[in-house]
Design a protein around this ligand. Sequence first.
Ligand code: PEP
Ligand code: MG
Length: 360
Amino acid sequence: QPELAGDFGTLMEWADAVRRLRVRANAETPLDCRTARDFGAEGVGLCRTEHMFFDAARITAVRQMILAADEAGRRVALDKLLPEQRKDFIEIFEVMAGLPVTIRLLDPPLHEFLPHEEAEFAEVAAAAGVDVETLKRRAAELHEFNPMLGHRGCRLGVTYPEIYEMQARAIFEAALDVAARSGQAPIPEVMIPLVATKRELELMKAVVDRTAQAVFAERGAKVDYLVGTMIELPRAALRAAEIAEAGEFFSFGTNDLTQTTLGVSRDDAARFLTTYVEKGIYAKDPFVSLDVEGVGELVQLAAERGRSTRPGIKLGICGEHGGDPASIAFCETVGLDYVSASPYRVPIARLAAAQAALRK
Ligand code: PEP
Ligand code: MG
């Protein structure tokens, strides 16, 4: 850890000796994973796979997948994407060398993937073998007035399970490849986004488990893995007891949980939140520092309810608050197992976790 040499490195060692909370990083590229490890991250707490789908070399196939009229059309595009995804995960597993890696299945606001330019439509049309007008009609059908509350997260997996199936296949094939090459088996934690109900998680876990069994049978080898969910909607927090029956871990997505609990768009909040803080309505920007009284109560309640049906359920946080010292202190109080922060905030999180443990 060259960046953490000298006195700062010593301070970090002291922090590590007293903290209870584990510290992971939000990372989806090998470079981010490397940086995170250099700063002492003990795993990846959130790998946002939608970021991988923006890659220039694969965006046409992604658009083809989104705009396909039926499952057969989507499968053609998914076959193109599978080797790319497998490579993504191999690289991450290699850098993380046996540390836990939480991979979140696709959670896009769909509109971000739709083509806009004439040339983009033409490219997708050529790849898919359909005419441009058909594609445009399809894009218009997919238009959403409020994409953040729309067809995203597991809703996409419920309507198009073959997308999650491709991602699960890529994860398990990558894990087996890395295990065979390095002798060190990765332990993927497959995370389902934007779950509101137990049934959603059951359906998506069944897709992941079925795919795992198929890959293990084909390869004659297996790896351990977990399937869990984000808790990022108030309903999920309230129903955490039954959701915990279907999933093996929770990760609090406090960005969306703040957005949906306060009813404030995370993309537009800056317009008035400064005034709100000035007038004392919120003590701090709730998207930066957890609104402990409101959102925090949902986190606490979900942790308790989750533990009531699955004692020892693994609990983490992967919203931006995972790198904020005051929010980390709250996570210690609730007894979460880990916080996950952006790679450059990992040292701050290690220190804040130690301070929180000492205070306790
Ligand atoms: C969250 O909602 O807190 C989260 C981590 O997911 P994303 O920011 O990708 O929506
Ligand atoms: Mg989210």
